[in-house]
Ligand binder design. Structure first.
Ligand code: ATP
Length: 201
C-alpha cells in the first residue's frame, strides 16, 4: 500500500502520458483514472447494464462496447442524465482507485487524471502535479498526435479548466514546452522530492 499519492494532471496533449512514463521508469506505480473509467463500463459489467437500461441499446457499438462518444454527447446536452451518470460512475471510479492504491507497492503512486481538479479528485491526493504547456503547443501536439481537427481539440480544451486556473491549484509544475532531456531532469528532481515526502509521512 502506498500512502503517498501524487495526482498528475494537465490539459489534453500537455504530456501527461509522456511524463508518467518517465516516473514509471523509476518504479513508481501508475494509476490511470481514464483506464479505470473505461474498465468499469466494459461489456458484462453491472454499470454498463444500468447504462443500457437507462439510455437504450443504441448506446452500444456492434462490438458490445459502450459508445462513449455518443453518451458524452447525450449528457453534454442533458444535465439530469449527466448527474445520473456521475452518480453511477464516480463512486465506482473512486473505489477502484482505492483498491489499486491498496495493491500498490511503490513508495508513492501517481494518479493520472486529466480532470483531477474538475472532478474534485484532489481530496484523494497529497500533491497536485501539473504538466504545463502553453495553449499553442498543446493544440499543435494534440492535433499532430491523433490527426484531430483544430475545432475538436479547441472544444475539448474549452471543456477543461483554463491553464491559469489549473496552475493555481498546482503544488508542483513540470514545464513540458522544453526538450525531453530537460523534462527527464525535472522528473528526476521531483521523484527524489516525492520519495523524501513519502518517507517522512
Ligand atoms: P491526452 O490528454 O490527450 O491523453 P497527454 O497529456 O497524455 O495527452 P502525451 O500523449 O504525453 O499527452 O503528449 C502529447 C503529444 O506531445 C505526444 O505526441 C507526445 O509525444 C508529444 N510530446 C510530449 N512531450 C513532449 C516534449 N517535451 N517535446 C516534444 N513532444 C512532446
Amino acid at each position: 500500500m502506498s500512502n503517498f499519492i501524487v495526482g498528475l494532471t494537465g490539459g489534453i496533449g500537455s504530456g501527461k502520458t509522456t511524463v508518467a512514463n518517465i516516473f514509471a521508469a523509476y518504479g513508481v506505480t501508475l494509476i490511470d483514472a481514464d483506464i479505470i473509467a473505461r474498465d468499469i463500463v466494459k461489456p458484462q459489467t453491472p454499470a454498463l447494464v444500468k447504462i443500457v437500461e437507462r439510455f437504450g441499446n443504441n448506446y452500444l457499438g456492434a462490438d458490445g462496447y459502450l459508445d462513449r462518444a455518443k453518451l458524452r454527447e447525450k449528457v453534454f446536452n442533458d444535465s439530469t442524465a449527466k448527474q445520473w451518470l456521475n452518480n453511477l460512475l464516480h463512486p465506482l471510479i473512486r473505489s477502484t482507485i482505492g483498491k489499486e492504491l491498496s495493491a500498490a507497492k511503490s513508495a508513492y503512486c501517481l494518479l493520472i487524471a486529466p480532470l483531477l481538479i474538475e472532478n474534485k479528485l484532489t481530496h484523494y491526493v497529497n500533491r497536485v502535479l501539473v504538466v504545463d504547456v502553453d495553449e499553442k503547443t498543446q493544440l499543435t501536439r494534440a492535433m499532430l498526435r491523433d490527426n484531430n481537427s483544430q475545432t475538436l481539440i479547441k472544444n475539448i480544451m474549452k471543456s477543461q479548466l483554463p491553464r491559469q486556473e489549473r496552475l493555481a491549484v498546482a503544488d508542483d509544475i513540470i514545464d513540458n514546452t522544453v526538450a525531453l532531456d530537460k523534462v527527464h531532469k525535472q522528473v528526476e528532481k521531483l521523484h527524489q522530492f516525492y520519495l523524501n515526502l513519502a518517507s517522512t509521512k
